[in-house]
Design a protein around this ligand. Structure first.
Ligand code: ZN
Length: 56
């Protein structure tokens, strides 16, 4: 059995995340995936275009 996973990158910290299992948020019609709740919360807190680094 081969299961293909779709990986993307956390827009905050650049960490590779699995779209199937990661937390995500939608903004401007795009879906963003995060390595952790912390990054998701930061993403939701800051305005688009603001550079934020992941503490985790
Ligand atoms: Zn992150």
């Amino acid at each position: 059995m081969s299961e293909s996973k779709t990986f993307t990158r956390d827009p905050l910290c650049g960490f590779p995340v699995d779209q199937a299992t990661s937390v995500h948020s939608e903004r401007d019609g795009k879906t963003y995936y995060f390595c952790s709740d912390l990054c998701q919360q930061k993403f939701n807190a800051v305005s688009a275009g603001t550079a934020v680094t992941c503490a985790g």
